[in-house]
Design a protein around this ligand. Sequence first.
Ligand code: FMN
Length: 413
Amino acid sequence: MKTRADLSINFCGIKFENPFCLSSSPVSNHAEMCARAFDAGWGGIVYKTLGLEKSFRVVMPSPRLSVLNYMDKRFVGLQNAEQITDRPIKDNIRDIAWLKKNYPNKVLISSIMGYTDEDWIELAKMSEDAGADMLELNFSCPQMAHPSAGHRTGQDFHAVATFTEVVKKATKLPVMAKMTPNITDMLPVALAAKDGGADAISAINTIKAITDIDINSFTPLPNIHGHSSATGFSGPSVKPVALRFVSDLYNSKPLQLPISGVGGIETWIDALQFLLLGATNLQVTTGILRYGYRIVEDMIEGLSDYMIERNIKSLDEIIGKAAQKLTDPSNFETRYQVVSVIDEEKCIGCGQCFISCHDGANQAIKFDPAKRKATVDEERCVGCLLCKHVCPVWDCVSYKEVDTQLVKHAAIF
Ligand SMILES: Cc1cc2nc3c(=O)[nH]c(=O)nc-3n(C[C@H](O)[C@H](O)[C@H](O)COP(=O)(O)O)c2cc1C
């Protein structure tokens, strides 16, 4: 059998055999599904958010999904209009208890959403009694039909602090607060959760968005009986935003709480990037909706091989390593400049770099239509690397550093 690196993490005092968890969503809807996910290799599960039907009865809209396709690439993003679970609380609690009994070494995180202090307390206690290892407080669903729930709560610092505190007093379990990205600055909300006693922060929930519009009926999608709404967007397209928020949280000196990273993780490289920007624990939904639970096998193998090749003994050695390199743009070293280098052998003469540089940059690529070869005019090149990014040939365009004496700070006109 292949040697595996130690992927275990300690998150809020709980040992996970690997950092990979299902995030709260239809992928963690009931016991049978969660059991299959554990069998596939996931280290933990954040169960689909529980609510109390006596306080608010969830009725899901239908259809409730729409996808963002781009050219021939399908499913680059997913929009959903789903709320928290619509299953009875007693069924979900029974399922959580069954899962903990049958998978005692796997981690089960109960995601809860209350509308009053009493709701939060009841849900926390029920989860603890059922054997959950940890709680995630859902302050972030962007399409709850209840007027004071979801991301509306998550934008209200006072509510976040109060509800977190209420839950902390009601249970001994570690508590993680799940943040909404539908806000300019997540830090004040995360700090409010910390004030309330949160042990960790998870980010992000879905981003309010509109993915598609039917141009014949003039209806945005999903078309729910003639209407739609800006609702939660997830998947590969949100990864850059999720990474930004995770690094904001990690780099915050006053926060200093462990982070669970969520948003667009599909591959081991995505996962690694979240770790490098400061996440300790990782959660996935859309990648599973698209490809199934089995993606965890590739994540485990890829991350393990990466660690073995670099002699990394523990994930703790790499968590946050890239976050340390983020700085305010005002601190950039502007005496540093590069110019593009085109590999003549690899250039296929398509002219894409010429077109993009000519119309979108600094007219620094020369193109000989007879020879079908592109060359760089180093005098004009400002090193934006648009040519590298549009070139269809992997590794054809690289760059080199310019002598700092020659640095041009602005384009030549
Ligand atoms: C269909 C769907 C339902 C979701 N339901 C919940 C939920 O009940 N509770 C919750 O905290 N997040 C919910 N989420 C958000 C996910 O847990 C996750 O934060 C988000 O989708 C980003 O991760 P991803 O890009 O891996 O999907 C849901 C997401 C989707 C796509």
